[in-house]
Design a protein around this ligand. Structure first.
Ligand SMILES: *Cc1c(COP(=O)(O)O)cnc(C)c1O
Length: 467
């Protein structure tokens, strides 16, 4: 092979710059970025020629011929956002990898207004004075939960960290061995304790912890008792744990703070809608917990946040902790969280307007009707595949209600022409990627996590891939 000839076939930079496609690219993305891509790709081509063998001549020639389109593709890819909308047809409602709780369009609209201009984030318009960013919904949180005071940090992991660092640093915090939870993403209660400067005092056993275990563990060094809700696992059989209500008299007598990490933080009793019972935030406060924390983006259905509520003196101490500044929430969170909390003033509208609650409580009949609409849409578009609806089970996910299986309905797609693994991969390459579940030789789209407005998008995406 004549390598010199191949080297010469790479267009010179000034020729490339005059190419109509490259000129359009420069106009759109600027000279610098395009120049850098040209340099990178021509260097790469030269290197490829240098190391190529005779048998590769044809593929090298093809790469040279593809140089200009390739420069265009790469520049466009570089300038396009990587965080993109995806369609969740997995049936897992709180999918941590997919951003957990979606925010409704009506709330997002308000959010847009707040973040695209200035806002009274830390300004009291009545008093014409500086204020706290939580002030906007502290009263609301107290009203909804029965607590005296409230604040919010970046996420619930940060909340636990801040609570322990403020109330138990340098002293001991007692936790039952049945509640030494790992949440995922490196959040483990023992590690959080040590990172916060508190010393963990484990009591009881994996399956059983009694009140007397707590009683015997309290010493001069004890600052707090921490209850952790086992949100992502379930211990069954010969078990016993001590609820907050029973720990309350002991904590009072010994003057230690009673803390509960609820994890999910649900404000409505889900068992009323046929789901498994999950202890509510209000119940924890009423049972006597001094400080309670929970996530904003699990069962509450809001933005990522760690909500801390409880006795005024403890919340005030936390607000003064320098860590609070490092863990503080931004205006996106504040605005979105306030919108979501306002919905909880009425349970029926909360169910309607908070996507997570709507998805959890929607009846199977209602999901099935939507599944039928999707299946009909696919048939009407003439999708060349075997398409039918079939009952399935959704799950809550996000480390919440691990035992819950919600009866749901899926659209099942089986293609004669495309292997399922390939179909799955192509669905992920769509402009709006679609994630379903692969079961056997079919793709299952669980319709519980699809909203009505997504049906057309799903149908058109499928049609494109199947065609
Ligand atoms: C999920 C969870 C956390 C962590 O909450 P993030 O908001 O994800 O940081 C902490 N504790 C418990 C019990 C949880 O379930």
């Amino acid at each position: 092979m004549d390598k010199n000839n191949l080297y010469r076939s790479i267009p010179k930079v000034d020729i490339l710059l005059e190419d109509p496609m490259i000129r359009r690219l420069r106009k759109r993305y600027g000279h610098e970025m395009v120049m850098e891509e040209i340099r990178e790709q021509t260097d790469h081509l030269r290197e490829r020629i240098r190391i190529s063998t005779d048998s590769e001549e044809e593929s090298v020639m093809a790469a040279v011929a593809d140089l200009i389109p390739s420069i265009c593709r790469e520049t466009e890819r570089l300038a396009a956002p990587r965080v993109r909308r995806v369609i969740n047809a997995t049936g897992t409602i709180l999918h941590t990898n997919l951003g957990r709780a979606p925010i409704s369009r009506r709330h997002a609209q308000h959010l847009t207004e707040i973040v695209t201009g200035y806002s009274n984030l830390e300004f009291d318009l009545a008093k014409r004075d500086r204020s706290e960013r939580y002030a906007h919904f502290e009263d609301l949180l107290c009203r909804l939960t029965g607590a005296e005071a409230a604040m919010v940090v970046n996420n619930n992991a940060a909340a636990v960290m801040l609570i322990l660092s403020t109330l138990a640093k340098g002293g001991e915090v007692i936790v039952s061995r049945g509640e030494l939870v790992e949440i995922g993403g490196k959040f483990r209660i023992p590690d959080v304790c040590s990172a916060s400067g508190a010393i963990l005092a484990e009591v009881g056993t994996t399956n059983k912890t009694h009140l007397s275990d707590y009683e015997e563990a309290i010493t001069e060094q004890t600052r707090a008792i921490l209850k952790v809700h086992p949100s992502n696992y379930h211990i069954v059989g010969f078990t016993e744990s001590v609820p907050v209500k029973d720990l309350k008299p002991l904590a009072e007598e010994k003057d230690v703070v009673l803390i509960e990490d609820l994890g999910s933080g649900v404000l409505v009793d889900l068992s009323r809608y046929g789901r498994l019972y999950e202890p509510t935030v209000q119940e924890s406060v009423a049972a006597g917990a001094d400080v309670v924390c929970f996530s904003g983006d699990k069962l509450l259905g809001g933005p990522q946040a760690g909500i801390i509520i409880g006795k005024k003196k403890y919340i005030q101490a936390m607000k003064k902790n320098p860590l609070t500044r490092a863990l503080r929430v931004d205006k996106f969170t504040v605005a979105a969280l306030e919108m979501v909390l306002l919905e909880y003033l009425r349970e029926d509208t909360a169910r309607e307007h908070i996507p997570v609650l709507r998805m959890i409580t929607e009846s199977q009949e209602s999901v099935a009707a939507r599944a039928e609409r999707l299946a009909r849409l696919l048939l009407r578009l003439g999708c060349p595949a075997d398409i039918h609806t079939e009952a399935c089970e959704s799950q809550v996910g996000g480390g919440s209600l691990p035992m819950e299986r919600i009866p749901s309905m899926a659209v099942v797609i089986r293609s004669e022409k495309i292997r399922t693994a390939r179909l799955e991969q192509e669905l992920l390459q769509l402009p709006v990627p679609i994630l379903g579940r692969t079961i056997g030789d079919a793709i299952w789209l669980d319709v519980r996590t699809l909203d009505e407005e997504e049906l057309t998008l799903v149908a058109e995406g499928l049609k494109e891939v199947l065609a």
